[in-house]
Design a protein around this ligand. Structure first.
Ligand code: ADP
Ligand code: ADP
Length: 228
């Protein structure tokens, strides 16, 4: 069943830059959808709109689990991972991961228990007391993924999460991410420049073009092309 609907969304910056033009898309629950396309085609803009960080100029977004996207975000049904891990350097892994719960006022005991669960899920057990700078780039990304999972989001938005990583690390994280996706049943939206990555990970690929930003094709990835 559909979990997110993008209805006729356009985004015009500064009254002249047409970043998105009449984008329509329906995303099914449990889907892993990649967004591919040249720089400037509006991938990040779509994500910011879905995340509630930016308003569409016209059109709307519907989260089927909530009347408004804002409500879904407040309920922590939406999680985010960005290209750079954006961890607080002075906080150990466990506190970085627990941060979303700390901001919500969850007790220390409870948030540390929940943090340990997701730290294990991303394969970082034993590193909970380490500081971010003591970890490799790939491990920092795992911390960032763990932090995005702690509130058990129904929808996870990942904006080129592995773009800055070397090939080996990237491939390891692909397997990890697919396992997490299968275990949690969440819907994942994933931006990448890397077509191989999108084919390997996704159940569906949305191909975008620039000037103006549009979704030109959406296609299913046959299971034999994927890892699972
Ligand atoms: P992508 O993520 O595919 O590279 P973006 O969504 O970042 O594309 O950008 C789409 C278009 O909108 C580009 O032409 C970009 O320069 C422009 N753009 C993005 N954000 C802003 C902004 N805050 N102000 C003005 N123009 C923007
Ligand atoms: P991306 O990796 O998505 O291509 P960019 O490097 O193009 O990102 O943009 C980085 C940030 O700057 C994004 O948040 C984007 O929305 C914003 N941005 C992009 N183009 C412009 C612009 N012309 N004016 C203002 N902000 C912009």
């Amino acid at each position: 069943k559909p979990m997110l609907k993008i209805n006729d969304v356009s985004k015009i910056y500064d009254q002249k830059i047409v970043a998105l033009s009449e984008v329509n898309l329906e995303i099914e629950e449990g889907e892993f959808m990649s967004f591919v396309g040249p720089s400037g085609c509006g991938k990040s803009t779509i994500f910011k709109i879905i995340a509630g960080l930016s308003e569409p100029t016209t059109g709307s977004i519907e989260m089927v689990t909530a009347e408004k996207v804002e409500t879904a975000i407040k309920r922590d049904e939406v999680g985010f991972v960005f290209q750079h891990a954006t961890l607080l350097p002075w906080k150990p892994v466990i506190d970085n991961v627990a941060l979303p719960l700390e901001l919500k006022g969850v007790s220390k005991k409870e948030r540390q228990e929940k943090a340990m669960e997701v730290i294990e899920l991303v394969g970082l057990k034993g590193y909970e007391k380490a500081l971010p700078r003591q970890l490799s780039g790939g491990m920092q990304m795992r911390v960032s993924i763990a932090r995005s999972l702690i509130a058990k989001p129904k929808l996870l938005l990942m904006d080129e999460p592995f773009g800055a990583l070397d090939e080996m690390t990237r491939q390891n994280l692909h397997y990890e991410l697919l396992q997490i996706w299968q275990q949690t049943g969440m819907t994942v939206l994933f931006i990448t420049h890397n077509v191989f990555e999108s084919v390997f990970l996704s159940t569906k690929i949305a191909v975008m073009s620039a000037r103006p930003g549009r979704i030109t094709h959406v296609f299913d990835v046959p299971p034999y092309e994927r890892n699972d």
